[in-house]
Design a protein around this ligand. Sequence first.
Ligand code: IMP
Length: 192
Amino acid sequence: MNKLIFATGNKGKLKEVKEIFENTNYEIISLYDLGEVPEIIEDGDTYEANALIKAKAIYEIHKTPVIADDSGLSVEQLNGKPGVYSARYAGENCTYADNNKKILDELKSFPTPHKAKFVCSAVFYDGKNITRAFGELRGYIISEFKGTNGFGYDPIFVPEGSSRTLAQFSSEDKNEISHRAIAFNTLKDLLG
Ligand code: IMP
């Protein structure tokens, strides 16, 4: 088995990515398995820059190949916001619910449908080589919270062609369509 550290402290992402690498030659090691989840300043301008910042920081600590991602939500009527600021949109130490409420408040003055997309940049880094992959999932923001699965903006996001929010999908079903699943499945294929 080839060990791959997944550079995230986000347990929602960890569950999804572990499922994607099940039944492969890769064993996903989490930062929790390694006993520390270091605070990494993500000050890149793009998802890819932030994913690389995380991958390189964790590689420097453990000297083991790393995968990392950076992802977020882009709402058309909000000119692409929250974008790279998705995690802390409602401020430092805010909850997922705070972020969702802020989006719903900001969208109140706009007509429906509220088009949005999730995007994900995934990278692999082994100290020398960088491999990059990308995924996106298009959909709509609805005006209330629905469902309890997943994390982040899942309760207010309905994928195109669906009548349920992502928080009403099982993690297996989310992994059939999500931006992160597309990015990491592509990365997995590129790594061979
Ligand atoms: P990151 O950890 O810097 O990539 O921040 C990603 C943030 O974007 C998360 O904290 C969520 O708020 C949001 N996000 C990314 N992917 C998803 C998803 O699959 N569902 C819901 N929210 C997501």
